[in-house]
Design a protein around this ligand. Structure first.
Ligand code: AMP
Ligand code: GLY
Length: 424
């Protein structure tokens, strides 16, 4: 297969690393990729949101599979763009179409879906500028803390959790009337606060059959002890110790199966990865959110635990034969620790040379925000690289990730020293 992978983060490096191991791979291209993806294929300087350029590349290079990493092109309809164009409609593209991607692209769409299919989730109401007063009244019926969510994509920043009612009302107004998150907050979902511990679950589906991937837990806050600002994710572990077989069975029966059946019932053609953001409230799972792609940094621990050929699975998705694919997992645990630029998730500097990458022997270094400069590798984002390790358990794997990180240096680097603290 000649594969084009879209994206440039740690998730895409992990996917590229895995595809490079496939006997089905002939040639891999990554658009735009990073200094890490270059180890497994050819980076091409095309933005995943420029569909015309993606099309041109696919045609010129006889690409016969496109894999979409991030949510933006999916929510903006790259799959529909391919299907509607006779020149490329035969090229399989792995990811959900525009309607299906609304599971991530619109919180209200996802909540309506869950309500329709009896999937456990927080109680909610959806409001617009015209129903602001009703939104205030709804808030008055709720207890603190108050959860406000911009309906649309807001680069992970669209959720506010507020301790008092007057603040919640003020923020609701700012989201709806003053477009605090632009168009994304022209509708706002107000949700009951759920108190529990979160985990991420993943499924790959061809629309009929599905395969459950290993679960993971990511660490979103910048500071130790889960304090401080939200980030894209500072580390991840898999498996998740509290996700025992009974709890995973509940997730499957109460959430995963009703979701896949719900797609069919609603005639939503969903192909690709489904990411279930789940919260454990007194041993009962509830859906916090759906995403239409793999998680990052969860991919950096989930994909290393996949033993089967990922291109075989993608082919199963493309040809509606996923039910025939065999899927095997590594029994070992996997952990990843993110090294980030000092200052992230607020302002930070890029272009710092990274030293010590070749000294790492016991972990896989997945690049998240890097760029090559001749033989040098420079930082090129907030999240810079992820050190993934295997171990007989999470604690052993984490020890290796930290030993590897200690060998890597760049100016003003930062990382959390307590990944896994809450479950070990
Ligand atoms: P989301 O973008 O929907 O995943 O929300 C971002 C984060 O906000 C989640 O990962 C949770 O930590 C938190 N969150 C979202 N919804 C709720 C809720 N209903 N109750 C408690 N925490 C929530
Ligand atoms: N790690 C959470 C996400 O990818 O959205």
């Amino acid at each position: 297969m000649r594969v084009l992978l879209l994206g440039s983060g740690g998730r895409e490096h992990a996917l590229a690393w895995k595809m490079a191991k496939s006997s089905l791979l002939e040639e891999l291209f990554i658009a735009p990729g990073n200094a890490g993806t270059k180890q497994h294929g050819t980076n091409v300087n095309i933005s995943p949101s420029n569909f015309e350029e993606v099309k041109g590349f696919v045609l010129e290079n006889n690409i016969n599979m496109v894999v979409v990493g991030p949510e933006d092109p999916l929510v903006n309809g790259i799959v529909d763009f391919f299907e509607a164009d006779a020149d490329i409609s035969e090229v399989p593209i792995i990811g959900p179409n525009k309607v299906a991607a609304q599971m991530e692209g619109s919180k209200d769409f996802a909540k309506e879906f869950m309500k329709r299919h009896n999937i456990p989730t927080a109680k909610y109401g959806t409001f617009t500028k015209d129903t602001l007063e009703k939104g205030y009244a709804f808030l008055e019926t709720m207890k603190a803390p108050y959860v406000l969510k911009a309906d649309g994509l807001a680069a992970g920043k669209g959720v506010l959790i507020l301790d008092n009612l007057s603040e919640a009302k003020k923020e609701l107004k700012s989201m709806l009337s003053d477009a605090k998150f632009g168009d994304a907050s022209s509708r706002v979902v107000i949700e009951q606060f759920l108190d529990g511990i979160e985990l991420s679950c993943f499924v790959i589906t061809d629309g009929d059959a599905y395969k459950i991937l290993p679960e993971a837990k990511d660490y979103k806050r910048i500071g130790e002890g889960d304090k401080g600002l939200n980030t894209g994710g500072m580390g991840a572990i898999s498996p998740v110790p509290f996700a025992n077989p009974t709890f995973l069975e509940k997730i499957k029966n109460q959430i995963i199966i009703p979701t896949i059946k719900g797609f069919k019932a609603d005639e939503i053609v969903y192909k690709g990865f489904v990411f279930f953001g789940i919260i454990n409230v007194k041993n009962e799972p509830y859906v916090i959110e759906y995403n239409c792609r793999m998680g990052d940094p969860e991919t950096e621990v989930v994909i290393p635990r996949l033993k089967s050929d990922i291109l075989d699975l993608f082919e199963g998705v493309a040809t509606n034969t996923l039910s025939e694919c065999d899927i095997q997992f590594d029994e070992r645990s996997a952990t990843t620790v993110m090294m980030v630029s000092g200052g992230y998730p607020e302002s930070y500097e890029k272009g710092k040379q990274i030293f010590g990458l070749n000294a790492v022997t016991e972990s896989i270094i997945f690049h998240a925000g890097t760029v090559s400069d001749g033989p040098a590798v420079l930082s090129n984002g907030g999240r810079v690289l992820a050190a993934t390790s295997y171990g007989k358990d999470v604690a052993t794997a984490l020890k290796k990730s930290y030993e590897s990180i200690a060998k890597i240096e760049f100016e003003k680097s930062n990382y959390r020293k307590d990944i896994g603290f809450d479950v070990l």
